[in-house]
Design a protein around this ligand. Structure first.
Ligand SMILES: *Cc1c(COP(=O)(O)O)cnc(C)c1O
Length: 365
């Protein structure tokens, strides 16, 4: 099967420049969408049909569509950034394309050709380039997803799917500057178990996380920290982000992130930061780290920072930790120099203010 190409069918009612400008002042995150979207249908036996770039709007679905019952739904998230010369580039879209297919396989969904994923993104960003914000920390957030659309209540993989790509102008996640968060270590809920869907970016993982996030809020915290399902000791992630710890050992700065065990989501920000940390002269390690170790390293003054990372918020420092096993602060509740440095290095790269020595930027226009 050859890779089908996209039909470009521009909207006959795009937002006026004034309406767009108004909606783009203080866009926040995920609250408004651009003029267009891409839709590509799939049918078992036929494969992917030709996709269409068309006006953004509601999609029609049969109430028996299996996604509504059994939850075959996966998604991705990545960003496109304004460049100093007026152009636009996206950050590591092919890594998202690859991870999308890792998620698809786990949920018994069809893989989407990586070329089609990147082509859809390129076409949408190009079409809606006026929606890409220009300020530092601002970007166009791309949200690809795939859902099972076959009308059938039998429990089996759907024979029909829809790939959708939408885009949303995204403001600086912390308009008032990066502010450390307070986290609640969850002893009551787990996000993922061995053999489950932890490594897949599937909607169900998020559905199952909401009650724990609500509990964290009730405990006066901003975010939940997940532990491993078996020993309930090893730290996995913070909310929908990966997590890093910074140690000072014999005059050396050591950056540690939990190793990928299959229950963690392999973040592209995580992967990028591991590489950038090494280039900054830090030692970077992927290994298990437990709650007891976290507490002890803080008490002994060996751990100087903790932070979370992901596409949406880039880097979020962790200032305070609460749990049934005690409370402690990290770096007196302040943003530390390693988190600040890595954030600056990554943002500069994404905004084209530093040379792209890794080949991570895909030029769109
Ligand atoms: C998407 C996601 C991340 C971060 O991945 P990035 O590729 O860095 O955006 C981390 N944890 C979970 C659970 C996620 O869904």
């Amino acid at each position: 099967m050859s890779t089908p190409t996209l039909e470009i069918r521009p909207s006959d009612h795009p937002a006026s420049p004034e309406a767009r400008a108004q909606r783009m002042t203080n866009p926040g995150f995920g609250r408004m969408f651009t003029d267009h979207m891409v839709v590509v249908p799939y049918r078992e036996g036929e494969g992917w049909s030709q996709g269409v770039l068309k006006a953004y709007g509601p999609i029609e679905m049969d109430p028996a569509a299996s996604v509504l019952h059994y939850g075959q739904a996966i998604f991705e998230g990545f960003k496109a950034y304004h460049q100093p010369d007026g152009g636009i580039a996206s950050f590591r879209p092919e890594a998202n394309a690859k991870r999308f297919n890792d998620s698809a396989r786990r949920l018994a969904m069809p893989e989407l050709p990586e070329g089609l994923f990147v082509e859809a993104a390129t076409a949408l960003i190009r079409q809606d380039r006026a929606w890409v914000p220009t300020a530092m920390g601002e970007s166009l957030y791309l949200r690809p997803l795939m859902i099972a659309t076959e009308a059938a209540l039998g429990v089996r993989p759907s024979n029909e799917y829809l790939f959708i790509l939408m885009a949303s102008p995204s403001g600086a996640y912390f308009p008032a500057g990066v502010k450390p968060v307070t986290v609640w270590i969850s002893d009551d809920y787990v996000r993922a178990a061995p053999g489950g869907t932890g490594f897949a970016k599937c909607a169900g993982n998020y559905a199952a996380s909401l009650v724990a996030q609500r509990q964290a809020k009730a405990e006066g915290c901003d975010q939940v920290v997940w532990l491993d399902a078996i020993q309930r000791e090893y730290i996995e992630e913070m909310g929908g982000m990966n997590i890093f710890f910074v140690y000072q050992e014999n005059g050396e700065t050591v950056v540690v992130t939990p190793e990928l065990t299959g229950t963690l989501l392999p973040g592209i920000t995580r992967d990028s930061l591991l590489q950038l940390a090494r280039e900054q002269g830090f030692r970077a390690e992927e290994r298990k780290i437990g709650v007891e170790e976290w507490k002890k390293a803080i008490a002994e003054g060996r751990m100087t920072e903790a932070f979370a990372c992901g596409t949406a918020a880039v880097i979020t420092p962790i200032g305070h930790v609460k749990s049934r096993r005690g409370e402690w602060s990290v770096n007196k509740g302040e943003t530390g120099p390693v988190a600040a440095k890595l954030r600056e290095v990554l943002l500069n790269l994404q905004h084209g203010l530093a040379p792209d020595t890794h080949g991570w930027m895909t030029r769109i226009v």
